[in-house]
Structures are given as C-alpha cells and as structure tokens.
Design a protein around this ligand. Structure first.
Ligand code: PLP
Length: 396
C-alpha cells in the first residue's frame, strides 16, 4: 500500500475494486460476502442500480451549486426525512461528525438564546454517555466517552459531562449538580462501544426528563438510523421523538452525506450566519440519498431488517447454544441488522480469520463481534454468515 496515505487506520491486507449487492471483489477477482457494509453504510448493498443511476443522471445534469440558492433535491430529501421521522427541519452535512457538530451548536445556541426556563445559560453543557462515540472532530471527540479517542488531542472542548450509559439516575445526578445543562445526547445503541443495547425505557425516561427540565434530547442515529435496526430510526422502538437527531452512514448508500434534524424550538435555533457547509446537501449528494430512501421505502426494508435481524438472532442462538452454556459466548444482542456477539475473551483476530474465509466482519470493544449486513441480505446469505462466524468462534 502507498506510503503517501496518512497512517490513521490499521488496514487489512485486501483492496476491493468492485461491489455488487452483498459481495465485494478484490484485485484478483476473488469474491467476499460483506456482513459489514462499510460500517452500516451500504444498506442497499454495493453499487445499487437505483442509486448509481440517480448519481449518474444528476452528475450529468448538475452536481453543485451552493446553499446560496434553492436546491430542489435538498428540499425533497428534507421533506421525506421529516415525513419519516416526525422532525421539522434538516441541516445537511457531509459526514456524521459534522451532523453532530451541528447538533452541539444547536444545543449551545439554544442555551444562550432560548435558555432553560427563561434563564440564559452562559456555559451550555451537554450530558453525554461514557463508552459513546460521536466522531473525530474536536467537539465530537470531546463528546465521545472514550479516553483512547481523547488521548493526544487535549485540551478537549469543554461543555460535556460524561455519565454511565443506560443509567437514568446518573443523568439526574449530573443535572442536579450543574446549572448549565442544556441537552442530553446519546446513541440509541452504542455501536462503536460494543453494541450496548439499553432498556427501551431508557430513551423514554430521557425524553420525559428533558421535557420536565426544558433540555434538548439529542439522539445520535448516525449508525442506528435509516432502517438499520428494523425501524426507520431506532428511537421509534421506544416511541419517542427527540428534539435533535443526527444521521449519516446509511443515508447515501456510500455517497457521503450527513443530516442534523430538529423539531420545534430546536429547529429554529440556527439562522443565517450561524452555521453552514459548502458541500452540505448539494444536488448530487441529495440525489443519492433520495434514491436510497425511496428504494428502502418501496421495498419496506425497515420491516425486512427487523425480520432478518430476528432470523440472525435465532440462527446464532441455535448454532452457538453449547458455547453460550459454556460461557464462551457471553451475549448475543442488538436490534434488527445491528448484531453483536460478545465473547468472554478478546477476539479481534477473528476479523482476519473471517477475511481468509472471504467474509467481512468487524470486532468492536475488543470482544464483541459486530455484524452490520446489508438490508437486502438473503436468508441463504444470512445462513452462510451464521455458519462461518459460528465456526470461527468454535475454533477460537
Ligand atoms: C454513533 C456515531 N456517531 C458519529 C459517528 C461519526 O461519523 P463519521 O465517521 O461519518 O464522521 C459514528 C461513526 O462511526 C457513529 O457510529
């Protein structure tokens, strides 16, 4: 691999040059079954014809203008996302971290302008969770609850208090001891943190507490959103609507796009001059996202993700039954097609062993196998994934 690439990733010894549906092909033409989809990005599988066609047609028509002008695709995409999520307005970005930057800026400006109970907040502070991941820009890495992500980048951006995840008392205590709280920001399932799946009541309790206190509830759905968990947005499993919600990964099926959605007062906080992005929501990115969302809606892929997620859970529970009894497999969890298998020992080497078997998987938090297969994965492909992963765990 070229020495001219900055050394920010530990890369596997393979380069893909072609993709089709659930398969990727390397330079030698060997085929790999993809159970990771670029970390929850290509929900429709690789090179989906509807997305490829939308990008190609839009590229030939108009790629970029500027947010100084109206952008019909952006308006259509915002309307569609608001219809699906019950949110009111959208700011488009190019990545997840940038969508979270917008969310953090909304929360801070909300503190300064609207305030909490008519009290303007001078040092707006957001309660975030330990073990979380919100991105790699300075404010999103500061929001992230992981010392490894912070290390070497101090001073961190102030204004974040980290509390235990899935612990409502910890949130209440933090709010009690700080007069500057303006928002609570969490992931519905901690993806990078090891597929940590809270009780459904956790999000409902946060929603109720935010309503009571006048805080904004910010849901980072960058990994969980866009049908991944078996609903359009994971917060819908708990029947809640946040004040601010961020999306990215699955939104453009591989075309870079992020979105920060807001509701009610939160949707009116950013006004001209307060935020922006040159590329955010340009005609090309929005064409890709519109094709992605429309295809998912036409094919009811939210329902398919729920169904297939159950199929995976049952399949793994069956094939790993004896290892579960022996305590080698500690837990099988997740929602829809966000599947985590926690082992009693570190297992990062399984990623390379799976690659040798032409299967792409991921391990997060050292001992959690993470599967994020395409929403279009067939039952036969699911069987193959279950068989290979179970075999690898057994051999470990
Ligand atoms: C929950 C969550 N938030 C934010 C991000 C950052 O997104 P991006 O890498 O597009 O900046 C990620 C990426 O893994 C994520 O999983």
């Amino acid at each position: 691999m070229s020495d001219h690439i900055m050394n920010t990733y530990g890369r596997l010894p393979v380069s893909f040059v072609k993709g089709e549906g659930c398969y990727l092909y390397d330079e030698q033409g060997q085929r790999y079954l993809d159970a990771l989809t670029g970390i929850a990005v290509c929900g429709l599988g690789h090179s989906h014809p509807a997305v490829a066609q939308a990008i190609s047609e839009q590229a030939k028509t108009l790629m970029h203008t500027s947010n100084l002008y109206g952008i019909p695709n952006q308006e259509a995409l915002a309307d569609k996302l608001c219809e699906l999520s019950s949110m009111d307005r959208v700011f488009f970005s190019n990545s997840g971290a940038e969508a979270n930057e917008a969310a953090i800026k909304i929360a801070r400006r909300f503190g300064h302008t609207s305030g909490i109970n008519n009290r303007s907040i001078e040092l707006p502070t957001i309660i975030v969770a330990k073990n979380s991941f919100h991105g790699r820009t300075l404010s999103t890495l500061s929001a992230t609850g992981n010392a490894k992500v912070h290390a070497g980048f101090e001073p961190l951006v102030p204004g974040f208090i980290h509390v235990d995840y899935d612990d409502m008392d910890a949130i209440k205590q933090a709010a009690d001891s700080n007069d500057n709280i303006v928002a609570i920001m969490v992931e519905p399932i901690q993806g990078e943190g090891g597929l940590v799946t809270p009780e459904n009541s956790y999000l409902q309790d946060i929603r109720a507490f935010c309503d009571e206190q006048g805080f904004l509830m910010i849901l980072d759905e960058i990994q969980t959103g866009v049908c991944r968990t078996g609903k359009w947005f994971a917060g819908q499993h708990s029947d809640i609507v946040p004040d601010v919600m961020t999306l990215a990964k699955g939104l453009g099926n591989g075309f870079p796009i992020g979105a920060c959605l807001a509701k009610g007062t939160a949707s009116e906080i950013l006004v001209p001059g307060t935020h922006g992005s040159t590329f955010g929501g340009n005609p090309l990115a929005c064409a890709a996202a519109l094709a992605t969302i429309n295809t998912m809606q036409e094919q009811k892929l939210d329902q398919r993700a729920a169904e297939l997620g159950d199929y995976f859970q049952q399949g793994f529970k069956k094939s790993l039954a004896s290892l579960i009894t022996q305590g080698v497999v500690k837990d099988i969890r997740g929602k829809g097609l966000m599947i985590g298998i926690e082992l009693a020992q570190p297992c990062t080497e399984l990623v390379k062993r799976a690659l040798d078997k032409k299967l792409l998987i991921n391990v997060t938090a050292d001992s959690v196998i993470r599967l994020l297969p395409a929403l279009i994965t067939s039952n036969a492909q699911a069987d193959e994934i279950i068989a290979i992963v179970s075999e690898l765990i057994t051999a470990l």
